[in-house]
Structure formats: structure tokens, C-alpha cells
Design a protein around this ligand. Structure first.
Ligand code: GRF
Length: 215
């Protein structure tokens, strides 16, 4: 089976990007990262990529002030690297619709809650965990999903829960959820890159593992 070509988009520390790279190095994911795209040149994710010899592209409002030109520049970078999939690993800008349309069910996002709880407009980063702690939920978690034109509405690939304790701060919960993110993002990519993910009616079906040597 051919190695899948993944472009990772990240704006921050890139610990999820790091977890994905580790899984690829351990041959748990049949892929190579062909591009790290960021809006933030000083993001640690960019440094991680450079350390590993992965090409880095910075595209943002400073490099391309016009939204259309920005979207086109991103599409061009993806085409040049012949990316099969895009992974949003803590990428803050809204992904332009032109890119979502060009990569249907080929853009994967990690969200730090159990969708549909604490998701949608305004629910990103620490806001998610603050809301979960404020509501007093007893379970939260993380979700990996495909990106469609809504906010956090695409087909769900993997979810995993974590307990929430009454004495938790949002930071405590964020740290517990991040650990789970580091295992479910590579797990989702491992399924996708093994051609085991089928989307029907906004629902993901995981195909059973092919026998070694089977067609
Ligand atoms: C994660 O919590 C992820 O769920 C969210 O942004 C954070 C990124 O963390 N979308 P990192 O940059 O991968 O460390």
C-alpha cells in the first residue's frame, strides 16, 4: 500500500504533530509528513518540523493580506507537495471553504472535547475546558473528525473520554485531555492511511483489517 502524503497545519506547540511523527517513525501510520503549514512563524511546531527536515510553509495575513490569495497560496503549497490528507493539529485560522471543498473527507481535525459537547463557534483552546469545568461535567475527552464546512460538524472518526473531577482546574483537564489526543490522533490517521475509513451519511465506518497479503 502506498505511503499517504500528509500536510500538517499547526499554530502552536505542535505536541499533537509530535505524537503523529512518533507514530509514523514507529510504523504505526503508513504515511509521511510532506509539509508543515503554519500561520505563526515562531510556533514551536515549525521548529519541530525543521528539526525533522520537513518543509515548512508560513502563510498568513502578513504574507497574503487578501483572503482569496491566502487560500490559493495554501492550495498551491498542498498541490506542490501532492498532499493526500491535511491534519489540523492546533491550527487556529478558519480553513477557507475553497480548501475544504478541494479535500472532502480528507481534512482531519482534533478537538479537545467529546463532540457535540463544548464545540462549535467560540469553543477552542482553553475556552473548551473552562466551559466543561464550569458546567461540572463528569466526563470530557477528545474527538478526531473530518472537517466539513460547518464548525466541528464533520464525520467523527475516533473519540476517547477522560474523567473530570470536581477539584479540576481547566488546566488540569486540558492536560488530561491532551494525553488522550496524543493517542487518538495517530490512531485515526493509522486507520485512514490503511484505507479502513469509509464515510456514509456523515457517519464513519471502520472497515475490518485486511489479512496480510489479501487484495
Ligand atoms: C490541542 O488541545 C488541540 O485539541 C487543539 O489545540 C491544541 C493543540 O495542542 N485543537 P498542540 O499544539 O498539538 O500541543
Amino acid at each position: 500500500m502506498q505511503l499517504k502524503r500528509i500536510a500538517v497545519f499547526a499554530s502552536g506547540g505542535g505536541s499533537n504533530f509530535g505524537a503523529l511523527l512518533e507514530a509514523i517513525e514507529n510504523k504505526e501510520v503508513n504515511a509521511q509528513v510532506v509539509l508543515l503549514l503554519s500561520n505563526a512563524p515562531s510556533a514551536y511546531a515549525c521548529a519541530r518540523a525543521r528539526e525533522k527536515g520537513i518543509p515548512v510553509a508560513v502563510i498568513n495575513k502578513a504574507t497574503h493580506p487578501e483572503a482569496d490569495a491566502r487560500a490559493q497560496a495554501i492550495l498551491k503549497a498542498l498541490a506542490e507537495k501532492q498532499a493526500d490528507y491535511i491534519v489540523l493539529a492546533g491550527y487556529l485560522p478558519i480553513v477557507p471553504a475553497a480548501i475544504i471543498r478541494a479535500y472532502p473527507n480528507r481534512i482531519v481535525n482534533i478537538h479537545p472535547s467529546l463532540i457535540p459537547a463544548f464545540c462549535g463557534k467560540g469553543f477552542y483552546g482553553h475556552f473548551v475546558h473552562e466551559a466543561a469545568v464550569a458546567r461540572g461535567v463528569k466526563l470530557s475527552g477528545a474527538t478526531v473528525h473530518f472537517v466539513d464546512e460547518g464548525t466541528d460538524t464533520g464525520p467523527i472518526i475516533c473519540q476517547e473520554s477522560v474523567p473530570v473531577f470536581a477539584e479540576d482546574s481547566p488546566e488540569d483537564l486540558a492536560a488530561r485531555v491532551l494525553k488522550v489526543e496524543h493517542s487518538i490522533l495517530p490512531r485515526a490517521l493509522s486507520l485512514i492511511c490503511a484505507d479502513r475509513v469509509l464515510v456514509k451519511n456523515n457517519t464513519v465506518h471502520i472497515l475490518t483489517k485486511k489479512e496480510d497479503g489479501a487484495l
